[in-house]
Design a protein around this ligand. Structure first.
Ligand code: HEC
Ligand code: HEC
Ligand code: HEC
Length: 226
């Protein structure tokens, strides 16, 4: 595991990201009138299709198949190498280490026991499977983890609502970023109640949204977004 990990991290991730940016850039002209599912999958399909788009760099050329089928963030990985590149990109975009989501291997704290489920893995998968399918950037840019997980200076930030979470900071971020820079998957405007059931301060208000799939805008499971 560790060997594969350092191998993948030492590969030119920049090149991969550049190829990805070049490819997904083609989608920038997408208009808001595109059918919801079609546009959701167009942006989400980009990471998978990037290898095909960049003839100079196929990250699966010398890599074996993934060891098992995945349903979450890794559901688009075509080979072992892409599995690690996906994970490296996710960690990079959030500004965290692998252990932020994965538990250490018992008896060997320098390695991680990757298949073990953790609360943060569960949230990360939910973001990719549901949250990122239920909304999309209003400017037509591709949906990435870093579409949300950045601070005011564009640096990676996992806790965008404050650390520890502050209700004031959360309300500000939601107004400035969530309903301002994103629209629902069907292109309609987002309101606070699109995810929180009610308006802040009313009895209908639900502060918890994460993992509550029924509460967020209607969506379909598109190709892996990360
Ligand atoms: C933000 C959380 C997060 C971070 C950070 C993260 N992972 Fe993951 N990782 C996941 C999730 C979620 C899955 C399960 C994906 C799925 O089910 O499609 C996963 C699965 C994996 C797997 C496959 C495990 C299995 O079940 O077969 C490997 C290997 C892995 N990660 C390696 C890494 C490495 C290496 C890093 C650091 C570069 C890393 N991960 C960072 C969330 C994370
Ligand atoms: C549309 C906005 C948005 C996108 C896109 C997004 N997230 Fe999040 N994410 C959030 C918000 C909001 C929170 C709550 C942050 C907080 O508590 O400060 C969050 C929290 C999380 C957490 C929990 C962190 C913790 O320790 O409490 C994880 C893990 C996470 N996101 C992973 C991801 C991953 C991985 C991706 C890409 C596959 C992603 N997110 C994409 C909005 C987003
Ligand atoms: C697209 C979905 C979405 C929309 C629209 C949205 N939010 Fe949120 N909001 C979230 C998520 C996800 C969290 C993290 C909730 C969790 O931890 O379960 C959150 C958390 C919050 C919190 C912290 C709640 C708590 O109890 O910790 C506040 C306050 C908040 N949002 C205010 C607003 C306001 C005000 C609006 C309208 C301007 C709004 N939100 C619109 C998704 C949304």
């Amino acid at each position: 595991m560790l060997e594969a990990r350092s191998l993948s991290l030492s590969l030119s991730l920049g090149c991969f990201v550049a190829a990805l940016a070049a490819f997904t850039g083609c989608g920038a002209g997408r208009s808001g009138s595109v059918a919801p599912q079609a546009s959701a999958s167009a942006s989400a399909a980009a990471p998978q299709a990037s290898a095909a788009a960049g003839p100079a760099f196929d990250e699966c050329k010398d890599s074996g198949p993934v060891p098992r089928a995945y349903e979450g963030i890794l559901r688009g990985a075509r080979c072992d190498q892409q599995r690690f590149l996906t994970m490296a990109s996710v960690a990079d975009q959030l500004g965290v280490e692998c252990v932020y989501c994965h538990v250490p291997l018992p008896g060997n704290p320098k390695k991680e026991d990757y298949p073990v489920m953790t609360p943060r893995k569960e949230i990360a998968n939910w973001m990719s499977q549901h949250f990122m399918q239920s909304v999309k950037p209003a400017d037509g840019s591709p949906m990435r983890c870093k579409s949300c997980h950045i601070d005011e200076n564009g640096k990676p930030l996992v806790k965008v609502l404050g650390e520890p979470r502050s209700q004031a900071k959360a309300a500000e971020w939601m107004a400035m970023v969530m309903v301002n820079r994103f629209v629902a998957a069907d292109g309609s405007r987002l309101r606070c109640r699109s995810c929180h059931v009610g308006t802040l301060g009313t009895p209908q208000w639900q502060g918890k949204v994460m993992l509550r799939t029924e509460q967020i805008p209607k969506h379909q499971l598109g190709p892996a977004a990360f």
